[in-house]
Design a protein around this ligand. Structure first.
Ligand SMILES: [Zn+2]
Ligand SMILES: [Zn+2]
Length: 271
């Protein structure tokens, strides 16, 4: 079992991630990490051996649904054909009720296969996944990254951070920082109240739950005012969390808020 990864190992509150709690078994982790270096790495999604950490095997790469044109220019939901978006290339939801963020881009279509990769990032110690996903995010969000002033990860509530030990959105933001040479402000946003899992909730329910659940942390306004913010997260579903973040950032004077995620849940109404 691979229980350690270079990026997740030994992170503590003094690291630049700033959102990670100490790990109790550093020696064990170091041992496992050193042991991993002696073994050929596994594919990000299955047990097939691959040439380097963070790669998909040929079969899993073939199964991976990358989001390419056509998609909604506002929320990145994939279209099955270009005419679905109409002349403005927007999905019906964005035309009726535009989100609070300006533009979203996503690397992968969220399905059973990509869920395995993204969930590994969230719940297992496979944080090398962050570097691999960031490379695909950089491709999908190249324009957004070029125009952004600062990267800000979607925050976890403190209780969830304690159980998971790291914020997967912050890991993605730091992996993107290396690729795009942009500053990261990992603690710009905070969850001001705990929210239930949004997994089984409808879009309107999610929006209600997330309303005012996120705020800009005291003292971070100066890093946001007048800037083009690129919000980073692992999965974009209804957009309720991204909207809550964008609302808070714009209230603090952000000039624009774009969103870049690893995977986008497709709109079932759009096939
Ligand atoms: Zn594989
Ligand atoms: Zn849309």
């Amino acid at each position: 079992m691979r229980v350690a990864s270079k990026q997740g190992e030994g992170l503590c509150p003094s690291t630049p991630l700033g959102t990670v709690v100490p790990r109790p078994h550093l020696l064990k982790t170091w041992f496992n990490s050193a042991f991993d270096l002696l073994l050929p790495p596994n594919c990000l999604s299955c047990d097939t051996l691959v040439a380097a950490p963070g790669l998909l095997c040929a079969e899993c790469f073939r199964k991976t649904a990358f989001i390419t044109d056509p998609f909604c220019l506002r929320c990145a939901t994939p279209f099955t054909h270009a005419s679905q978006g109409g002349p403005d290339r927007l999905c019906p939801d964005c035309r009726q009720a535009p989100p609070r963020f300006d533009r979203a881009r996503a690397a992968l279509r969220y399905d059973g296969h990509t869920a395995r990769i993204v969930l590994a990032l969230k719940y297992a110690d496979r944080t090398e996944t962050a570097a691999a996903l960031a490379r695909h995010m950089a491709r999908a969000g190249s324009v957004l990254l070029r125009e952004a002033d600062v990267l800000i990860p979607v925050p976890l509530h403190r209780r969830r951070l304690l159980s998971r030990r790291y914020n997967q959105a912050a890991l993605l933001a730091y992996a993107l920082r290396r690729l795009a040479q942009l500053p990261v402000v990992p603690d710009a946003l905070q969850r001001v109240r705990s929210t239930p899992s949004l997994g089984d909730k409808s879009g309107p329910e999610r929006a209600l739950i997330m309303e005012d659940a996120i705020a800009v942390r005291r003292g971070r306004g100066a890093r946001i005012a007048g800037r083009r913010v690129l919000l980073i997260d692992d999965v974009l579903t209804s957009g309720a969390t991204a909207n809550a973040c964008a609302e808070a950032l714009k209230r603090s004077g952000a000039r624009a808020v774009d969103v870049l995620v690893a995977a986008r849940v497709p709109d079932p109404g759009l096939g």
